[in-house]
Design a protein around this ligand. Structure first.
Ligand SMILES: CC(C)(COP(=O)(O)OP(=O)(O)OC[C@H]1O[C@@H](n2cnc3c(N)ncnc32)[C@H](O)[C@@H]1OP(=O)(O)O)[C@@H](O)C(=O)NCCC(=O)NCCS
Length: 205
């Protein structure tokens, strides 16, 4: 059921999953963000370049904090409960008010890849978006050369809708992307996974 959010559409409240906290990014996160965003492998299939210095991470924090203040599409920081470190981001890249749709995007520290973490985070964001925001459609896209990201989308119930040829110009070349989406009326397999995980912390999403 839709619950109007009195603090603005992109108020980005703290969300929790069995292994993660999703919360607003603060200046004090810059060191953690730099630790994984300096990795060329993490940046390979996203539209930002690997960070070269801590000041770039600080600039990112400032940019995100400005977006929170102005209620623009923004990202949560992903905090790993076990370590207390911020290990990634997930959030809204785009918003269409007319069509009640958002686009989501995410990235995670390489040392946590393939542990089911992003599936857990995306499942939570999908639940929040449909349960607390007046959104009907959530989209995401990934470069064809980044199939792990498509798998995350699939596991969360997003359906592949098409191949967009040379949709993006990224790091010196045009790249093909796959477009995925989930509708408010679609099943949400990620939700069941989240519930199961909370009863069995060893279950891998
Ligand atoms: C893409 C990314 C977010 C995935 O996060 P993650 O926490 O590792 O994802 P999960 O562990 O939840 O799921 C990954 C799935 O992809 C699968 N996978 C990994 N590499 C794969 C490959 N080369 N081909 C196909 N599937 C692959 C995994 O086996 C797993 O599926 P499974 O559970 O069915 O086995 C992470 O690798 C990342 O941050 N990459 C850099 C940034 C980025 O590319 N962001 C997305 C931009 S669209």
């Amino acid at each position: 059921m839709f619950t109007p959010n009195p603090y603005g559409l992109f108020s980005m409240p703290t969300l929790e999953t069995p292994r993660l906290i999703l919360r607003r990014i603060a200046m004090s996160d810059a060191k953690d963000i730099f630790a994984y965003s300096a990795d060329e492998e993490v940046a390979r299939h996203v539209l930002w370049s690997a960070q070269k210095s801590l000041s770039e991470a600080k600039d990112y924090c400032k940019y995100m904090m400005r977006r929170y203040r102005s209620d623009e599409p923004a990202s949560w920081g992903i905090v790993e409960k076990a370590s207390g470190h911020l290990v990634g981001t997930i959030g809204f890249m785009d918003y269409s008010e007319d069509n009640a749709s958002v686009e989501v995007g995410y990235s995670l520290a390489r040392w946590l890849w393939n542990g089911g973490y992003m599936t857990e985070a995306l499942a939570r964001v999908i639940d929040y978006t449909f349960d607390a925001m007046d959104i009907n459609r959530i989209e995401a896209q990934h470069e064809l050369t980044n199939p792990a990201s498509g798998r995350v989308m699939e596991k969360c119930g997003m359906r592949r809708e098409g191949l967009l040829r040379q949709r993006l110009y990224n790091k010196g070349k045009y790249v093909d992307v796959a477009l995925y989406a989930i509708l408010r009326s679609d099943p949400r397999p990620g939700h069941a996974l989240l519930e199961r995980e909370s009863h069995d912390s060893t279950h891998r999403l």
